[in-house]
Design a protein around this ligand. Structure first.
Ligand SMILES: Cc1cc2nc3c(=O)[nH]c(=O)nc-3n(C[C@H](O)[C@H](O)[C@H](O)COP(=O)(O)O)c2cc1C
Length: 401
């Protein structure tokens, strides 16, 4: 283990909570990078509501039934794949600027923890690199944006299929990038694009973070969105900027799900559903699963918190498809609440990004362990012998107001 790795392991050991990872991340990366990770859209109301809604769900434990050994069984299946706990990793873009190991670190940490990683379309690592990092036992999922329009999307889907991705996650809430006012502050046109030029522009903010800069320099500032850049148009590669422009011109629509499923040949998941009506529509279009998500409050502000939307979606389609949820999950106990309500699993975005920015792969591993320890503890305190035994009687929804 080199000096760099030893330092990351030491830093990771200081992570006892997601809040610790956030604090360390904030110290390590320059402010524009941290604000990109952290920020929500508009007044950030939905972002705040997400955590508040998770916290507002209460527990109703059963006493006198917990057995000490063996401990509770945390395993479950998601789309038929066995996972070691009901927690998966949501797609996060631009991770290579948080730490050069980026999505490779995320995929390795997920595989090591026995769970699933979702690769963002906006990655600085290729699909093949990330699939290899995850290994065959934990085929990652690929999150699709229509970079390069429909023709580009088709190429991305074919590449995901050929690289062995286990599911296609189609994000529906990003017709255009959200109004992230924090990003505007640095006059870096959204979505934030970091390269040698923009890093230089941020120089006054960057010099205070020499270790981060040295890490990026060692990685030769490979911040390009390689999967977007590999999209071909009329026999030549598109620039990432061109690919982004085409995506905004033709975001995914329900009519696309049939050819997406046919082209991919595996499970297709709709991400960004917030109502029972849209959930039914998704099921009618043949999706295998739904992710109730508002993009962590980064897209349309003032939409419902995901924990609130989860109940509506479960009531609409919970008996037909697996329902996942992300947004505001910061503790294992939060994950247990979602599963008790009926979600198959919860997913995390910022928490793993904080871990990555704080301490690279060891940081992500630590964040996953923090969640696992708290899921285990919460099941024992609830009197639930396993994740499978969780049900709505164990939680109390806040009064409707
Ligand atoms: C920095 C950052 C980048 C993101 N990039 C993507 C992306 O490329 N594609 C996508 O579908 N969702 C993206 N998301 C949304 C996450 O997948 C997820 O829905 C959200 O982070 C969940 O909320 P949480 O951060 O409170 O856990 C991103 C979120 C963050 C924080």
């Amino acid at each position: 283990m080199g000096g760099h790795e030893r330092r990351q392991v030491r830093l990771a050991a200081r992570i006892g909570t997601v809040a610790d990872a956030r604090r360390l991340a904030r110290r390590r990366v320059p402010r524009p990078v941290f604000d990109y990770m952290e920020g929500g859209a508009g007044s950030e109301q939905t972002m705040r509501d997400n955590t508040a809604a998770v916290e507002a769900v209460g527990f109703s434990p059963r006493m006198g039934v917990t057995t000490g050994v063996p401990g509770p069984d945390l395993r479950t299946t998601v789309l038929g794949t066995l996972v070691s706990m009901p927690l998966l990793m949501s797609p996060v873009g631009f991770t290579r600027m948080m730490d050069p190991a980026g999505d490779v670190a995320g995929a390795r940490a997920a595989a090591g923890a026995g769970t699933l990683f979702t690769l963002s379309s906006m990655s600085g690592h290729t699909m093949a690199e990330v699939a290899a990092a995850a290994g065959v036992a934990a085929a990652p999922w690929f999150q699709l944006y229509f970079l390069g329009g429909r023709a580009g999307a088709e190429q991305l889907v074919e590449r995901a299929r050929d690289s062995g991705y286990g599911a296609l996650v189609v994000t529906l809430d990003t017709q255009v990038p959200g109004n992230r006012e924090r990003d505007l502050r640095y006059r870096l046109s959204p979505p934030l694009v970091l390269n040698r030029r923009t890093v230089t522009k941020m120089a006054p903010l960057v010099v205070a973070h020499p270790r981060w800069l040295a890490d990026l320099a060692r990685d030769r500032f490979r911040l390009e969105l390689v999967n977007a850049a590999a999209v071909q148009a009329e026999g030549r590669p598109m620039s990432a900027a061109e690919a982004l422009m085409h995506w905004v011109g033709s975001p995914p629509r329900w009519e696309d799900f049939e050819w997406l499923a046919k082209t991919f040949g595996g499970p297709v998941i709709a991400k960004g559903i917030l109502s029972g009506d849209d959930a039914r529509r998704a099921v009618d279009c043949g999706v295998t699963a739904i992710v109730v998500s508002n993009h962590g409050g980064r897209q349309l502000d003032s939409v419902p918190a995901t924990m609130t939307a989860l109940v509506e979606v479960l009531d609409a389609v919970g008996d037909q498809v697996e329902v996942l949820v992300d947004g505001g999950f910061r503790r294992g106990a939060d994950v247990v609440k979602a599963v008790a309500l009926g979600a198959r699993a919860a997913m995390i975005g910022r928490p793993w990004a904080y871990g990555l920015a704080a301490a690279g792969q060891p940081g992500v591993e630590r964040v996953l362990s923090v969640f696992r320890e708290d899921i285990d503890r919460t099941l024992r305190l609830l009197g639930a012998p396993s994740v499978q035994a969780l049900d709505r009687d164990l939680v109390r929804l806040p009064p409707q107001g």
